[in-house]
Write a protein that binds this ligand. Structure first.
Ligand code: NAD
Ligand code: ZN
Length: 246
């Protein structure tokens, strides 16, 4: 099956890679929907609830600090590195990710090739003035006061720079993702259950626009039936097999 994958990639001119939490499980970051995944441990906090009460903001930041060792110690794995090589060679034009872990950047892919649909959890942003704040700043204030500190510039609410359920999607990223999707002739979705919209709409747009669609995911996904090829395999080894030395 991986030789068929390689044929698709070899024949394509412009490939878009679309990733979900499954690309990062081999780096030690649990996904949402696998057994024992984050979803089963904590129900997500909706944006409206985060805004509505300080208790929820305390809860959200406490969870973030509890998870932080996992995120800060994680390194890009073989799957991330293989994608980085394919970007470097010019084969992959864009990496659209639902992940918030910064591992595609850490693998050496330039920012202009990455579209983060759901933001980034490795820093915080003020919800009023958008000023970036480091997690350490928030953590120090939180440990002192028991609540997250306000924005040092305008006094606004600080939140990790992620997009929560109920929060509007980032406009520029949505436009960049759409442009890349419409320009590709092969779209590869990797490690995503493809149930979270609007993100999961991109593979559909690619397919409708005439691109081939490949899904690489340990389990079945919602969009398997429209895919040209489905590989129920581990992301890291599958992507490594695409590199020239293999
Ligand atoms: P998901 O948890 O819904 O789906 C992940 C899929 O990846 C599952 O179907 C699972 O079978 C598969 N998978 C897990 N490990 C794999 C591997 N090594 N190889 C191949 N497949 C593997 O994730 P999603 O679709 O990305 O949606 C979850 C949402 O949660 C996203 O919006 C994302 O923002 C967020 N999230 C991000 C991270 C992260 O940044 N690493 C982690 C958890 C959740
Ligand atoms: Zn501010």
């Amino acid at each position: 099956m991986t030789t068929i994958l390689k044929d698709y990639v070899d024949q394509a001119k412009r490939v878009v890679v679309f990733t979900g939490a499954g690309i990062s499980t081999e780096s030690g970051i649990p996904d949402f929907r696998s057994p024992g995944g984050l979803w089963t441990q904590n129900k997500p906090i909706y944006f409206q609830d985060f805004m509505a009460s300080e208790a929820m903001r305390v809860e959200a930041w406490q969870r973030k600090f509890n998870m932080d060792d996992t995120f800060t110690n994680a390194q890009p794995n073989a799957g991330h590195m293989a994608i980085a090589r394919l970007v470097q060679s010019g084969k992959v034009t864009s990496v659209i990710t639902q992940n918030i872990d910064n591992l595609h950047q850490d693998s050496g892919i330039p920012d202009e090739r990455i579209v983060e649909l759901h933001g980034n959890t490795t820093y915080a942003k003020c919800l009023d003035c958008s000023t970036r704040h480091e997690i350490e700043f928030v953590r120090a204030g939180f440990e002192q006061a028991g609540t997250p500190p306000p924005c040092s510039k305008c006094g606004g609410i600080l939140k990790t720079a992620t997009i929560s359920f109920g929060q509007s999607m980032p406009e520029e990223e949505m436009l960049r993702a759409e442009a890349a999707t419409l320009a590709c002739d092969l779209f590869i979705a990797i490690g995503s259950s493809l149930v979270v919209y609007p993100a999961a709409g991109f593979p559909i747009i690619a397919k409708q626009n005439g691109a081939a669609l490949i899904i690489i995911n340990r389990e079945e996904t919602e969009l398997d039936e429209i895919a040209d090829l489905v590989l129920n395999t581990e992301a890291g080894p599958t992507l490594s097999a695409l590199l020239p030395h293999n």
